[in-house]
Design a protein around this ligand. Structure first.
Ligand SMILES: Nc1ncnc2c1ncn2[C@@H]1O[C@H](COP(=O)(O)OP(=O)(O)OP(=O)(O)O)[C@@H](O)[C@H]1O
Ligand SMILES: [Mg+2]
Length: 230
């Protein structure tokens, strides 16, 4: 099968840094995979996700299907739903939840066009799926960390991505919300969505995840496939 995403000897060095934060990463991600990346603080997990999403200049080759990140970055980003580890959100920000989830549609709607009925429907479904529809009129600056995390996942889903990149999606969630999100991710993956997720705590790995990659000091030190979760 052709990989959805392929990295060949990819390294990323932050501006001014002496050493690369990820080094010679080679990785193939098949369509429909559910992969979890684990590793200690500073291992390069966030750097890897940001590099795949084209947010950091890197060495090596990254392809998504037949597109190359260096020449097709904008088109590739439209195929990826990226939910970062941290969100900068001013408490005075005027946007309400519904607007922020609609931002996920902007890539599809196009500049200077208004959302259609279909766009509104997709936004509504994404908010319902993440159980944030009750917050639809709440300004995002007034949300709790966990609520904001769910809204940002809803925004990523509203873009109807082929692949979700999730950086610590459980970090602000209580136990109940964690297991609910794990179930939702499982459902999405069963419906064909490819998921690449970074987490700290191995106990949060959903059973649907069949591949665990461990990173240390910018490198992949283990890449294990499971038929069923150990
Ligand atoms: N903006 C930056 N500028 C310079 N160096 C950075 C920057 N962001 C991260 N680094 C460095 O890159 C390395 C990898 O960081 P990264 O954030 O990818 O780790 P991580 O595995 O996501 O860690 P955590 O579990 O704490 O989120 C670290 O040594 C870090 O100091
Ligand atoms: Mg990180």
């Amino acid at each position: 099968m052709c990989p959805l995403i392929e990295l060949k000897t990819v390294s990323t060095v932050y501006e001014g840094a002496k050493v690369p934060s990820i080094k010679n990463i080679t990785l193939r991600i098949q369509p429909g995979e559910f992969i979890t990346i684990v590793g200690p603080n500073g291992a390069g997990k966030t750097t890897l996700l940001e590099t795949i999403n084209g947010l950091l200049p890197s060495e090596g080759v990254i392809t998504v299907g037949d597109m190359n990140l260096k020449t097709d970055g904008t088109r590739i980003r439209k195929r990826i739903g990226y939910v970062p580890q941290e969100f900068i959100c001013d408490s005075l920000t005027p946007f309400i939840v519904e607007d922020v989830v609609m931002m996920g549609r902007y890539g599809k709607i196009g500049l200077f066009k208004s959302p259609t009925r279909k766009d509104r429907y997709i936004v509504q479904e994404a908010m319902l799926f993440l159980s944030v529809d009750v917050l639809r009129r709440t300004p995002v600056g007034k949300l709790s960390g966990g609520q904001l995390q769910k809204v940002m996942i809803a925004r990523a889903l509203a873009s109807e991505p082929e692949m979700l990149l999730l950086d610590e999606p459980f970090s602000n969630l209580d136990m109940k919300s964690r297991s609910e999100l794990a179930e939702k991710l499982t459902t999405l993956n069963e419906n064909g969505l490819t998921i690449l997720m970074v987490i700290h705590d191995r106990s949060s790995i959903p059973p649907a995840c069949r591949r665990i990659i461990t990173m240390e000091q910018g490198k992949i030190v283990s890449d294990k496939h499971f038929k069923v979760m150990p």
